[in-house]
Design a binder for this molecule. Structure first.
Ligand SMILES: C[S@@+](CC[C@H](N)C(=O)[O-])C[C@H]1O[C@@H](n2cnc3c(N)ncnc32)[C@H](O)[C@@H]1O
Length: 228
């Protein structure tokens, strides 16, 4: 059954009510995705590629639930959110109560290793591997194992000022880019195919002692990948 189209502004308003992690740990890279970035990803997945409405969704490393709850709000059939951190899952549950989506998402406090089966769509904003090298690879491997389609956010190599200016002025907030050769090889070796890559700007606030700025602005790449 096709559900009604939800305005992006309404989605962003819902996502902005979702509380971030109250005590994030640097080792787990517990950065909450900004509401506008989450809304852009969910909107592309739902309305450009038809990968959310009436689909089964898995949010790997769900944190406090922005991507999972956004998918439920847009009309996913079933949503599962998994995070290794119990506090993140507790806050995700509270966020689901606050947004009246409690019955639409199942939360699991566990390592992503425990996930098996098949989901129509995997959404993930994994640790980028800044604190623990290669942390994002485990997420990509699991996503490729259990997902038919994967939306995965990664730190971009596009960081020059001209490119950032282009992103700020392009109106759509996203720019198609080529995949990195490392990612292409990794995905293909695991049986997947990269369908598209979009660069977008994101920000994180000052959260940890080692942060020297009030906020950081940087480019991330959204990989859209077909699984096996
Ligand atoms: C960058 S945060 C993203 C949180 C949330 N998805 C968001 O976008 O706001 C990465 C998340 O992955 C979780 N995480 C890291 N390693 C994990 C693992 N092995 N299994 C499950 N979750 C993990 C962290 O606790 C953290 O919440």
């Amino acid at each position: 059954m096709q559900k009604k189209l939800i305005r992006k502004l309404d989605l962003e308003m819902l996502l902005s009510q979702i509380e971030p992690h109250p005590s994030p740990k640097p080792s787990l890279e517990q950065y909450t995705i900004p509401a506008d970035v989450a809304a852009t990803i969910l909107y592309i997945a739902a309305y450009t590629h038809n990968d959310i409405v009436n689909k089964t969704i898995l949010d790997l490393g769900c944190g406090t639930g922005r991507l999972a709850l956004g998918a439920a709000f847009l009309g996913a059939e079933k949503v599962v959110g998994v995070d290794i951190d119990k506090i993140a899952i507790k806050v995700a549950y509270e966020n689901s109560v606050k947004t009246e989506l409690k019955n639409r998402v199942q939360w699991i406090a566990a390592d992503i290793d425990v996930v098996h089966g098949k989901f129509d769509t995997v959404l993930q904003n994994p640790p980028f591997g800044v604190q623990r090298r290669k942390a994002d690879r485990k997420f990509l491997e699991k996503a490729l194992e259990v997902g038919k389609v994967i939306y995965s956010l990664h730190k971009s190599s596009h960081k020059d000022k001209t490119f950032i200016k282009k992103l700020k002025t392009c109106g759509t907030a996203i720019v198609p880019v080529s995949p990195s050769s490392f990612f292409k090889k990794f995905v293909e070796e695991h049986g997947g195919t990269i369908e598209a890559v979009y660069a977008m700007l994101t920000t994180i606030p000052h959260m940890f002692n080692f942060h020297t700025k009030r906020k950081y602005e940087f480019v991330v790449d959204l990989y859209i990948i077909e699984g096996e």
